[in-house]
Design a protein around this ligand. Structure first.
Ligand code: SME
Length: 158
């Protein structure tokens, strides 16, 4: 299959998400390798929505270990419950942080990250991994990001 990866950049983010969703579904269709799917999901979101950093951390023991991502190099391991990522795992909920400097314990992997969205993937009441998205804009995330990124985060699982 020839992957289609570009979406009209003039569309709003809300307009892009349904198209992105279809692309994610097509890319991961029939593929059950989690790392491969995470890699393509990170690339699709990063390249179409203009965020500063998009990637996954897998929960291994009491740590989060860096998985496939796009953007600048990032912290390799995060101890739970540290940072926004660790908090999302401990609280088993989506964390939407409009201003990372106001979040106690935020881990600054990049000085350019201003707001952050972290979505845990939960199976049998246990967090398996998180999808982490950083924006270089303050207060850059809203309900559409939460809704669609949560759906996308659940698609690559097998
Ligand atoms: N800011 C995150 C750390 C991961 S990076 O953003 C890629 C946190 O506070 O958990």
């Amino acid at each position: 299959m020839e992957p289609q990866v570009s979406i009209d950049p003039n569309l709003s983010r809300e307009e892009k998400y349904p198209i992105l969703l279809k692309q994610v579904e097509a890319l991961i269709d029939g593929e059950d390798d989690l790392i491969a799917n995470m890699a393509n999901v990170a690339a699709l979101i990063y390249n179409n929505l203009g965020f500063h950093w998009v990637g996954f951390y897998r929960k291994i023991g009491n740590e989060l270990v860096l998985g496939p991502f796009q953007g600048p190099v990032a912290c390799t391991r995060i101890q739970i419950p540290n940072g926004v990522c660790g908090a999302a795992v401990e609280q088993k909920k989506i964390m939407l942080v409009p201003d990372v400097n106001q979040f106690p314990g935020h881990i600054a992997c990049s000085p350019f990250s201003k707001s952050e969205l972290v979505l845990p993937f939960i199976e049998n009441d246990e967090v398996k991994w998180i999808l982490d998205i950083d924006s270089s804009e303050l207060d850059d995330f809203g309900d559409a990001d939460k809704k669609y990124c949560d759906i996308i985060n659940k698609l690559g699982h097998n």
